[in-house]
Design a protein. Structure first.
Length: 217
């Protein structure tokens, strides 16, 4: 079985289990989506949603966060990991959006990645979920599953993204990104499957006997 066969197995299984998929992070507009994705680093989506449900009804524009200031932003998000660093990024990101983009979130990867606290993965999620642009955001979980399923060698997240884009048609990237995340949380967990028990792992590698050690992102 080659990687194209394994990709077809994963694609078929994911579409059967998740024919319709929901964006896990709640947001009010593209700006709040950007903020939520930034907050989700080293934090669960559930925790981010629990925190932002009390923020977004009142604060949902860059102007709101600049007016709040960094210290007040810290108080709003203090239940989230590394909240001081994230508060600083949110403040200066908001300030940059106002000064450089008229308060609007830019629609290109390069411009997004120049914003404070925004890396390629965050930019990819915003381009995908916010603007509908074909992207394949790869986080540590997708990086791990791509190795377990034999779709990438795990060299790094950049290579994993390139491999997944090569194996799957562009029109499915946005949906697949979310499907893989949900599948990983439910069936192919980091400390549960180990490449030995879920449907995709056992179908792609029926003779695998030992837990697969994946390379970290």
């Amino acid at each position: 079985m080659n990687e194209n066969d394994r990709a077809r197995i994963a694609f078929k299984t994911l579409n059967r289990i998740y024919p319709n998929i929901k964006v896990p992070l709640n947001s009010r507009n593209v700006f709040t989506l950007l903020i939520s994705v930034l907050l989700s680093a080293q934090c669960t989506d559930v925790n981010v949603n629990n925190v932002t449900k009390d923020i977004y009804p009142k604060y949902y524009k860059p102007e709101h966060f600049v007016k709040l200031g960094q210290k007040k932003i810290e108080k709003l998000i203090k239940r989230i990991g590394i909240f001081r660093i994230k508060a600083k990024s949110i403040y200066y990101l908001s300030k940059t959006l106002i000064e450089k983009y008229g308060g609007k979130v830019p629609k290109t990867f390069d411009e997004l990645e120049e914003l404070p606290g925004v890396g390629h993965k965050t930019a990819s999620v915003v381009m995908s979920q916010g603007f509908g642009y074909a992207a394949f955001p790869v986080d540590t979980h997708i990086h791990r599953l791509a190795q377990r399923w034999g779709l990438s060698n795990g060299k790094n997240v950049v290579q994993t993204e390139e491999d997944l884009k090569r194996l799957f048609p562009k029109k499915y990237w946005n949906k697949l990104h979310l499907q893989i995340i949900y599948y990983g949380r439910e069936y192919c967990k980091a400390r549960d499957c180990y490449g030995l028990s879920c449907k995709i792992c056992t179908t792609c590698y029926p003779n695998r006997k030992k837990p697969l050690k994946t390379k970290k992102a």
